[in-house]
Design a protein around this ligand. Structure first.
Ligand SMILES: CC(C)(COP(=O)(O)OP(=O)(O)OC[C@H]1O[C@@H](n2cnc3c(N)ncnc32)[C@H](O)[C@@H]1OP(=O)(O)O)[C@@H](O)C(=O)NCCC(=O)NCCS
Length: 171
């Protein structure tokens, strides 16, 4: 399957169970399951987050959730089913979220990941994230988190894009 054959769209509350199962199996593997369906459903319904799903037919095969405030956005969850990994799906979802964050005027985009997650680390590096620092014991007191950030614009300044009325073609 080409990643462009997958349909990318906003998640609905009906997706919450499927996404929570992906969080448990693909992201929180070996750790307590904290992103359960009710928590995911709240994020799907929130004005302060964007939840994306990539579907093959009706079946979710990947998802990403980003929360944002005025200056900062946070990539909360990202997962692609193993059958669909390494085909650009993760990257495509991140591109979408980055465009949304930029349009919203967000200054910086943050993510943290488990220190042994080399695939995700490489993906974020490819996307232009840089490592800031490590937090030992961040995950259930057991595992180190790596924090990464991508600067989208200088903080405190207005977004660079200024709307201009279309020029009237005088002839
Ligand atoms: C991390 C994850 C989301 C990547 O999704 P994906 O759709 O497979 O990633 P993409 O195909 O868009 O890959 C983009 C780039 O990331 C890097 N990358 C992704 N998977 C990789 C792998 N297995 N080995 C090396 N690099 C990898 C590469 O730079 C890749 O670019 P390339 O294929 O042109 O070399 C996916 O592996 C996943 O769901 N893992 C389990 C859940 C998880 O770790 N989530 C992140 C929690 S913070």
């Amino acid at each position: 399957v080409d990643c462009r054959d997958l349909l990318l769209g906003f998640a609905s509350r009906a997706d919450a169970h499927a996404l929570a199962a992906m969080a448990r199996d693909l992201i929180e593997t070996g750790l307590p399951w904290t992103y359960r369906a009710d928590r995911i459903a709240r994020m799907i319904g929130s004005d302060e987050s964007i939840a994306l799903v990539a579907r093959e037919g009706a079946r979710p095969v990947a998802f990403a959730i980003m929360s944002f405030g005025d200056e900062r956005a946070h990539l909360v969850l990202l997962a692609v089913q193993p059958s669909h990994q390494r085909r650009g799906v993760g990257r495509r979802m991140l591109d979408w979220l980055q465009d949304s964050a930029s349009v919203a005027g967000v200054a910086s985009w943050h993510v943290e990941l488990r220190a042994d997650n080399h695939r995700a680390f490489r993906l974020y590096r490819t996307m232009g994230f840089a490592e800031t620092f490590r937090v030992p014991g961040y995950y259930s007191g057991r595992e180190t988190a790596v924090r990464m950030v991508k600067v989208l614009r200088a903080p405190g300044t207005a977004p660079a894009i200024v709307w201009q009325p279309p020029a009237i073609d005088a002839r």
